[in-house]
Design a protein around this ligand. Structure first.
Ligand SMILES: Nc1ncnc2c1ncn2[C@@H]1O[C@H](COP(=O)(O)OP(=O)(O)OP(=O)(O)O)[C@@H](O)[C@H]1O
Ligand SMILES: [Mg+2]
Length: 240
């Protein structure tokens, strides 16, 4: 087991109406190493919020997210900010839909950075970063440029190259294919296939799950919280 969600829930307090509004509630799910779980559901049902709560950019409202770290079992819902920061550097990766470019940092530097942080030498890190950008099909003439002026798809290639340059225990992917061309989609699929074979556990939101055909092991369907009947799928989780 890499991740186990127990009664995992999130409400947002909306100030101007003065009350809590549920994003999702009572999610139970288990994810094993080397498996990809698809999070499905209509717009606004809480898919991105679920990934953010696991990544702890949002604080969940109730329940637990047990993560089997190399350092032992930890509840991401209650872990200290220091522990979360450590886990994000080492074990938990998150691919947002959009890159957040930093001023005057080149595409190559952005992609190589996670490897510098692991202590890899600069020349070796940059070489690996070039391989990753090449894999996703970013034009070599852009490698030294600043991504703030790149197109949406080019930015996403940098984002993915950076997020996937080294294996993690757990990867959270929020619509990573949305702005990618066919070649980059295929490259992403191949990369995810390799990461799965290396034992990386993944949770992904894909608008077109057929892009990831053959890689999805389980589906967590999030329904509106007004639907309280549990839906039992053939897999090892229950969602409300
Ligand atoms: N920071 C926030 N404050 C208040 N409400 C929020 C916040 N973030 C998200 N929400 C609300 O939570 C609900 C779920 O949003 P979320 O982005 O998780 O949906 P989603 O399932 O990812 O949708 P989509 O398919 O459109 O990406 C929405 O109704 C949204 O308005
Ligand atoms: Mg979303």
């Amino acid at each position: 087991m890499i991740l186990k969600l127990e009664s995992f829930s999130k409400n947002f307090f909306i100030h101007h109406i003065g009350r809590d509004v549920p994003a999702f509630g009572g999610i139970n799910a288990t994810l094993e190493a080397g498996k990809l779980m698809l999070v499905a559901g209509a717009n606004g049902v809480g898919k991105s919020t679920l990934l953010r709560c696991i990544h702890r950019s949002y604080l969940p409202s109730a329940g637990s997210a047990w993560f089997e770290s190399t350092q032992g079992l930890i509840d991401l819902a209650r872990a200290s900010d220091e522990d979360i920061a450590w886990l994000r550097r080492r074990e938990i990766g998150y691919v947002a839909q959009f890159l957040r470019p930093r001023p005057r940092v080149s595409a190559l530097e952005l992609v190589a950075e996670p490897l510098f942080h692991l202590g890899m030498s600069r020349p070796r890190s940059l070489e690996r970063a070039e391989e990753m950008l090449d894999t996703f099909g970013l034009k070599p003439e852009l490698w030294q440029a600043y991504p703030s002026t790149f197109s949406g798809g080019e930015q996403q290639k940098v984002n993915l190259a950076r997020a996937l340059i080294r294996p993690r225990r757990l990867l959270l992917l929020d619509e990573p294919t949305a702005s990618l061309d066919t070649q980059a989609r295929a490259a992403l699929k191949t990369r995810l296939e390799h990461l799965k074979a290396d034992g990386v556990a993944m949770i992904g939101v894909f608008h077109h799950p057929e892009d990831m055909e053959g890689l999805i092991d389980a589906t967590l369907e999030i329904r509106g919280t007004e639907l309280l009947d549990p839906i039992l799928e053939e897999l090892e989780y229950v969602a409300y």
